[in-house]
Design a protein around this ligand. Structure first.
Ligand code: FES
Length: 160
């Protein structure tokens, strides 16, 4: 993804050029780019007059912040006990076969990132996989490719 620096300038204008606006501005930058690009952080540092080291401390402290590029869509496979015993590892393997990414990786086209979590809080429908906000319970290997395709198709319809 190429970064449009004007978007960062707009975010800074919206949140104010003050250190108090730092976290909100970082959240907005992350929403825009799906992670915190270094170029954007340098601009925040300059415009908000906050040292880069302070920005990296904030990024490291809050789990929500990502310093590595992430995909447009986040696929999460639950690997908690209930999901694990019902074959969540096979779901991870299938995502890997379909998209060629392992947990923590992003596809080259920056469309998908695969992550694992320890429990999504809906163990009754284990094994569970999510794509962005949508939960897919009682997942099986044979459904993985279909739900991934569905998420892309839904986006194409929304763009029309
Ligand atoms: S262990 Fe997967 S939802 Fe709880």
């Amino acid at each position: 993804m190429t970064m449009d620096i004007n978007n960062v300038e707009t975010i800074i204008d919206r949140h104010g050029k003050d250190e108090k606006a730092l976290i909100q501005a970082m959240l907005a930058v992350q929403e825009e780019f799906h992670y915190l690009p270094e170029e954007a952080l340098k601009l925040l540092s300059e415009k908000l007059n906050v040292p880069m080291i302070r920005i990296y401390q904030v990024a490291a402290f809050y789990k929500v912040f990502r310093l590595e590029p992430r995909g447009k869509h986040i696929i999460t496979v639950c690997n908690g006990t209930a999901c694990h015993v019902r074959g969540s590892n096979m779901l991870v393997d299938q995502v890997n076969r379909v998209l060629k990414i392992a947990p923590g990786e992003t596809t080259e086209d920056k469309e998908f990132t695969l992550e694992e979590v320890s429990c999504l809080g809906c163990c009754a429908i284990a094994p569970v996989l999510t794509i962005d906000e949508k939960k897919y319970g009682n997942m099986s290997v044979s459904k993985v490719e279909r739900v991934i395709k569905k998420s892309v198709e839904k986006e194409a319809v929304a763009d029309d």
